[in-house]
Write a protein that binds this ligand. Sequence first.
Ligand code: AHR
Length: 547
Amino acid sequence: MNIDRRRFLSGLGSSGALLATSSWLDTIGYAQRSRGPARVSIAPRYGAADLDRRLFGSFLEHLGRAIYTGIYEPGSPLASPDGFRTDVAHEIRELGVPIVRYPGGNFVSGYNWLDGVGPKAQRPTVLDRAWNSLETNQFGTNEFIDWCRSVEAEPLLGMNFGTGTAEQAVAYVEYCNVERGTKWSDLRRAHGYARPHDVRRWCLGNEMDGPWQIGQLQAREYGRKARDAARQMRVIDGRLELIACGSSGTNMPTYLAWDREVLEECYDQVDGISLHAYYGNTPALTGNNAGRYLAMNLDMDRQIHEIAAVCDYVRALRRSNKRLWLSFDEWNVWYRARGGDAANGRRQIAPRLLEEVYNLEDALLVGGFVNTLVRNADRVRVACLAQLVNVIAPLVTSHTAVLRQTIYYPYAWALRYARGQVLDVRVESETYPISGAGLQADFARSEQVPWVDVVATHDAQTSRVSVLMLNRDLDGDREVAVEWSGGVKPSRVLTCETLAGPDLKAFNTFEQPRRVAPQRFDPPAVSERMVFKLPARSYTVAHLAAD
Ligand code: AHR
């Protein structure tokens, strides 16, 4: 017999009173219990659509070694005739990255796309002012489209709203998407691309609220520019999906006000708005406390809810039928290789910039971010792990090999296992305090956070269920009792793996590439109530047949 869901939920009224009534966490399905295993009730979500695969996209910027020596290294024994690194392309194809944002990032705000097309010998070397690096333009839009086709990813192109005009942005769309018979489409054809690239999704600039951004704008100025450019773009191609620049972080003084003002100007012309966030285990944010650090994905939940609320507010003001979706098109851990030498290219070609080395605790938090994206998949349609190769990335290249950093694994699990409908997950868990002297308990605006974080999906086409579980407890195992209801009935365990280890600071190197890697995990027998014993500080996936 199925565990009665109503009984479970009403049980929260007593055991879960604290979190359920006083915490923001109840809005994402979490309630507190005082003792014992976490209780997780999993049922179908009424009316849920299949999650958009673009939720697990990534990002490549002309920055450091992301493009040059990352995905493109002509002359390398590992390169294809086009100059693409075949080992890297193989990894990305195997991951199944659905969409890749390009060419920036901060870089795009000073980029002239015309410098990167046409005969390579005639392309100029320019000084990129975002990262003080030399840009040879040997890789540009057409190479990117070819590369995307080769790894079976969709391109998500960014436009220069810094030094660039609306005219240049519109010309870019014409170059890419019009078949023939116009100035810019015929230029593309002259460059050897007879068929249009048919790029559907475009970012209208990057982080235009940031004082670091080339050509930073005020919210209303940006909103009007976005509206004007978008209106023209839709004349060129009526099928575009356009993403306005939202706040570049929750720490911006204009956070939410920027988003509101921008949308008041351009709501009718755009389809989505961007969110960005980077996290770190820093003295200021966490007091270097790993327990606080592993709660940071709840901050991402909060950001999603807050930006969605602004979108809906403007929608109501405009009496619009259209519901905007969110594009979380930059997210990751990034705090060590940041600023100073790590961000200054010193006028070199492909300098080593932002080469963050990821450890186990970073990978666990990235697992938490995956969970946050999955449970918000009804609103977040596109998201991009920033970035993909060498620059704050899951993959790192040497001239002869490619290395999987720790964060590769939770990202790969998301791509492989989180498919189909997002299931409704209610968690009743013990909690732990994250407040500390001098530190704000920002994460989900709560003093207490649950030890475990759980999401689940059901792929009706293949009859597979996946459960992704984060155990934030640094010192001990945590039991999670999963109770299935509403017709979700697993029959067999297909895979069960965990990412864990004794040293939260352990990382992978070319010499020791599997120091942090998934291990097999003994799953419980399949039943209506399955008790998983999650190892201390771990991220675990269970993949089950449900036929
Ligand atoms: O991803 C690195 C940088 O972070 C991007 O260029 C910028 O958009 C963000 O600030």
